[in-house]
Design a protein around this ligand. Structure first.
Ligand code: KG4
Ligand code: ZN
Length: 338
């Protein structure tokens, strides 16, 4: 089964083709980051319009790179939520219309389920059950994953998502958008001078809260001379606090569930310092950490095609209605057997 995956939930237009046995055949992506950077963040209306311009050419390119004709595609998977309503609707309308034209099924994919399953595209994929830490621009979730669609939420962010905290802190440091990778680069020249709080680690529970850390960062910056070295030291302290907080929570989640496999995915999982902290922790407690390759940590369509393929193979598909869900709790998803 050849599945065409379409991702348009935020500011990346992405298309991929995944085959149930042959694996990933092609994946293409266009990032709108530069367009949004002059506004300091994603402008939803600009995002939607840009998806409209880029999606069809990318679908054509992806088919070409996979050396496939459209008639060979057996199913279409599209991100139906969570995300920006207008942006999601571009993908949903395109996917649904193509599926109708080509007379094949289409499946609505949950964006975070896509992230969650991204490590399955690697040569050494994790086996179920596992604990998943999903850290992206819009979500920070800790989930016990028993199987596809069998998700128990263990903890989530009560305010800013991890990526959002990175982006807002980067903005304070005047690093521009998107901030996460830029802050991480700056932190490389930082020294361990400041000690930032590790929010909500002094009490039981698996929820996160990063807004206090953001305020602490702002106060530290305002009380400094704002030299380049001050900024680098602050970036270092912020990243260190993030990495340690996430590591403490993941360790707790593994202990609480008794599981030995940790999957980390979503844009922030591309962060090298966070990866190193989590690898060190899992090694210490005899567990193992799995990540997607860096390109598949951030938004991509390969993960959507993969997730959709599993659901299509289980006989699931959507009716003709074109719908998107800007808010969509991941623990409401169906398992493959239902
Ligand atoms: O998963 P993703 O591409 O989109 C969402 O679903 O939100 O995640 C984007 C987020 C942004 O907040 C971005 O700043 C962050 O991931 N990010 C990083 C890094 N690369 C991307 N944060 C920290 N370090 C990075 N290397
Ligand atoms: Zn994402």
């Amino acid at each position: 089964m050849y599945v065409l995956g379409i991702e348009t939930s935020c500011d990346e237009t992405a298309v991929a083709i995944f085959h149930a046995e042959k694996g990933l055949l092609s994946h293409v992506m266009y990032s709108q980051a530069e367009t949004h950077s002059e506004y300091g963040g994603v402008v939803p209306e600009i995002a939607s319009r840009d998806h409209i311009r880029k999606l069809s050419p990318l679908i054509r390119q992806c088919l070409q790179e996979a050396e496939l004709a459209s008639a060979q595609i057996n199913g279409i998977a599209y991100t139906a939520g969570p995300g920006l309503m207008g942006a999601l609707l571009v993908g949903a309308a395109t996917a649904r219309s193509l599926a109708w034209t080509w007379q094949i099924p289409a499946i609505a994919v949950h964006h975070m389920e896509g992230h969650l399953l991204a490590p399955m595209l690697e040569t050494d994929p994790p086996a179920f059950p596992f604990v998943a830490l999903l850290i992206s621009g819009g979500h920070s979730l800790l989930i016990e994953v028993r199987a596809i669609g069998d998700y128990q939420l263990l903890g989530e962010s009560l305010d800013d998502a991890a990526g959002e905290a990175f982006d807002k802190t980067a903005k304070m440091l005047e690093l521009g958008y998107p901030g996460g990778p830029k802050l991480s680069k700056l932190a490389e020249s930082g020294q361990p001078r400041y000690k930032f709080p590790r929010p909500m680690t002094d009490r039981p529970g698996l929820d996160f809260s990063f807004s206090g850390l953001k305020t602490f960062t702002l106060n530290t910056l305002q009380n400094s001379e704002k030299t380049d070295q001050d900024k680098a030291d602050i970036a270092y302290a912020f990243q260190q606090a993030m990495a340690e907080t996430l590591t403490i929570k993941c360790r707790r989640a593994l202990q609480q569930t008794g599981l030995k496999t940790l999957v980390i995915a979503g844009g922030v999982s591309a962060n090298q310092s966070i990866r190193q902290h989590l690898i060190a922790m899992t090694t210490t407690i005899g567990a193992k950490a799995y990540f997607p390759r860096p390109d598949f940590c951030t938004d991509n369509a390969a993960m959507i095609a993969y997730a959709g393929c599993q659901r299509l193979l289980a006989g699931q598909s959507q009716d003709l209605q074109i719908t998107a869900r800007p808010r969509w709790p991941i623990d409401q998803l169906l398992g493959l057997g239902r």
